[in-house]
Ligand binder design. Structure first.
Ligand code: GDP
Ligand code: MN
Length: 402
């Protein structure tokens, strides 16, 4: 779950990380009055869940309260990178003398959380990092020890701080890590981390992503007024909501993770990255999936059945692809049973409905027996997933699909 900048800054403030003074505004009048309280010279920042706001025109600088009001009127309601601007963060304008980058995230290659520090931050940090890797420093953090104060100080020293700034930087790194650790974040990033003309380190922009699998235990977030939400870039569709309910039927297996698309091929896919591979293969053969829907970890017959029903009841669906890798942790027979039950309960004869079933692994023989019994054509591991995808697209065309 991605947080808005103002929410991320709340978390930082709670852990003692210096942030600019400011407040949220939902109208030009509010923006104007906040700017007046801040002395006029302010930054007006569109609150959207998208990076690169500055370049997209979402960050404005006002020299007095009236201008803040005008800029706010201009920004509110605008669409920036696909997101409508409903709120603005009105903050004191910092007198920035240098921009750094500071963040904590998880490094999949090092298999460790890392503190990342860039001696050149700002809007172009990604490109700068690519050209010039020596300006980016990465420090692994031991998960059990956490970031210890002595280590924070060593890091601050190593990236070049001294004197009063060394003290500020070490405290800031500790706070940064605490936000990451205590709020179950997958990313906490300050870009820029600003050094002001009066020698203060301030998190001028903050981005926080919370691990979706941890939101249930993040009661403090809710207490702070930060509600759990979906952020798929658009509101959740009815199909996606219903699939999520199916996934929550019980704890066994993943069966859901539905993303709706505007095509006509229904999909139930899975198996260690195979879902994406299959999805890509279908696109490459010119097919248009109606959905992405992942299964794995041995879901119950009921879950697979309910998913099948959700998918096939959509009027545009011409055929169903159930395609997975060779899977050891999911019983093929349970998947087969779920699919067939789903078709039957939808009033569909599995013998005549176009299904492409390609799955292999645990209990596959039992699975194929069930499929045979109901006249569903299947592929085993001797047929590549790619072949199944190609066949599915061809079958869909035969059925009058796109
Ligand atoms: P982003 O484009 O979404 O990352 O938005 P940021 O909040 O990072 O703002 C973009 C840029 O605006 C920053 O890199 C700064 O250069 C500039 N900026 C933001 N706040 C201030 C401020 O208070 N003072 C000054 N001088 N520049 C700011
Ligand atoms: Mn930024």
């Amino acid at each position: 779950m991605r947080l808005y900048e103002f929410e991320g800054k709340k978390l930082c403030a709670r852990k003692g990380v210096p942030i600019p003074t400011g407040q949220l505004a939902a109208s030009p009048e509010e923006a104007q009055s906040i700017a007046r309280q801040l002395g006029g010279r302010t930054v007006i920042k569109a609150q959207v869940l998208a990076g690169g706001r500055g370049k997209a025109g979402g960050i404005k600088i006002a020299s007095d309260a009236d201008e803040a009001g005008r800029l706010a009127a201009d920004l509110l309601g605008k669409v920036i990178k696909g997101n409508r601007v409903d709120n603005l963060l009105v903050e004191e304008k910092l007198d920035i003398s240098k921009e750094y980058y500071a963040g904590v995230t998880y490094d999949d290659v090092l298999k460790s959380s890392v503190l990342v520090f860039g001696s050149t931050g700002g809007m172009d940090v990604e490109e700068i990092a690519l050209r010039n890797s020596e300006v980016i420093h990465k420090f692994p953090i031991d998960a059990f020890m956490g970031l210890q104060p002595y280590r924070a100080k060593e890091i601050a020293k190593e990236v070049g701080f001294s004197g009063g700034l060394l003290r500020q930087a070490s405290a800031l790194f500790l706070g940064l890590y605490q936000v990451y650790d205590e709020f179950d974040a997958t990313l906490v990033e300050m870009n820029p981390l600003a050094l002001t003309a009066d020698e203060r380190l301030v998190a001028a922009d903050v981005r926080v992503n919370i691990d979706d699998d941890a939101t249930h235990r993040q009661t403090l977030l809710a207490e702070m007024g930060i509600k759990a939400r979906e952020d798929k870039g658009r509101p959740q569709t009815e199909l996606e909501r219903l699939a999520e309910e199916v996934d929550h039927l019980d704890h066994r297996g993943v069966a859901g993770r539905m993303v709706q698309f505007d095509g006509d091929i229904g999909l139930i896919i899975g198996g260690g990255g195979a879902s994406l591979t299959v999805f890509d293969a279908i696109l490459r053969y010119g097919g248009k999936p109606a959905n992405y829907c992942e299964i794995g970890g041995n879901p119950t017959v009921r879950k697979v059945k309910e998913l099948t029903k959700l998918i096939v009841r959509q009027p545009q669906i011409k055929c169903l692809g159930v395609i997975t890798n060779v899977i050891s942790n999911t019983r093929v027979d349970l998947v087969a049973r779920g699919v067939i039950k789903g078709l039957l309960e939808s009033g569909i004869d599995p013998r005549t409905y176009p299904v492409v079933f390609r799955s292999a692994g645990s209990w596959e023989k039992d699975g194929y027996k069930i499929l045979d019994k109901y006249g569903v054509k299947w592929f085993d591991r001797t047929q590549a997933m790619d072949e199944a995808a190609r066949y599915l697209v061809a079958l869909n065309r035969e059925m009058g699909g796109r």
